[in-house]
Design a protein around this ligand. Structure first.
Ligand code: NDP
Length: 246
């Protein structure tokens, strides 16, 4: 690694496993101090061990993202300690359930929407002033191809991902004249716990690993990125353009 993020601070949600875990490790290996957020302390500690082994540093934040007050307090704590934030990766997510739209339990719907959408908005609200203070603020919001494919039985997850993409694009439009660059990512099918939950019959070895996917996402966090308000498709390794005419 080349220390391309030396002196920078990066917050990653969903850092206890999967894509978020691997991306957090890569950001730290590039020199960023990583603020790692998730509920599972064991997963965060495993990440911390690896980051320290690589010579990097992390702050672990065990937090349930359904705790909106906790998100606000986290923003306040970052402001106090660092005064700014350079990178925000809104990666935590829930599949909810794959089911006919009329069969989804209200509690399941509300929980997935809270973790996927409301907590992402709340993080954005809390972190936006801090990211604006960075000379190269970067925000990466994890979406999914489901946001656009809208397949049968995926309604809950698809709606939540369409919503976060819309949040990201609107935020990008609000900040386009600043150094802050805001993009969403479609990681594509990836060998993680969430994918196994969605597709239990699939052989995980046919899928790219979370590390391989994270390596493709890393450039979106780097200071030389110019794109904003776009969707980056990992499988195609390029930005897609979903902009519609006014
Ligand atoms: P995983 O299920 O492996 O990891 C999800 C992460 O989100 C975990 O770290 C989990 O931490 C965290 N999380 C879930 N609920 C909460 C909560 N209430 N509070 C705090 N953290 C929470 O998922 P992936 O790595 O596969 O997915 C990462 C992102 O990529 C997600 O947004 C997903 O929708 C998206 N994606 C994934 C694809 C795939 O094929 N894997 C395809 C397309 C998009 P903990 O449980 O410790 O709290």
């Amino acid at each position: 690694m080349t220390g391309r993020l030396d002196g920078r601070t990066a917050l990653v949600t969903g850092a206890s496993r999967g894509i978020g875990f691997q991306l957090a490790r890569l950001l730290a290996a590039e020199g960023a101090h990583v603020i790692a957020v998730a509920r599972t302390v064991g997963g965060l500690e495993d990440l911390d061990d690896l980051i320290k082994g690589d010579g990097g540093s992390a702050t672990l934040v065990p937090l349930d993202l359904k705790d909106m007050g906790g998100i606000d307090r986290l923003g306040g704590a970052i402001a106090e300690r660092w005064g700014k934030l350079d990178i925000f990766v809104g990666n935590a997510g829930r599949l909810g359930v794959l089911a006919p739209i009329g069969h989804i339990e209200a509690k399941t719907f509300e929980e997935a929407m809270t973790v996927n959408v409301t907590s992402t908005w709340r993080m954005i609200r809390s972190l936006d002033p801090l990211l604006r203070r960075s000379d190269a603020g970067r925000a990466i919001i994890m979406s999914s191809g489901a946001a656009h494919s809208c397949k049968a039985f995926w309604s809950l997850y698809a709606a939540s991902k369409a919503a976060v993409e819309a949040l990201a694009r609107s935020w990008a439009a609000e900040t386009e004249n600043l150094p802050l660059r805001v993009n969403s990512v479609n990681p594509g099918a990836t060998r993680t716990a969430m994918r196994a939950q969605a597709m239990p019959g699939e052989d995980p070895k046919t899928l790219p690993t979370a590390k391989e996917v994270a390596e493709k996402i890393l450039p979106l966090a780097l200071p030389d990125l110019t794109e904003t308000g776009r969707v980056f498709d990992v499988r195609q390794n390029r930005f897609l353009n979903y902009h519609m005419p006014d």
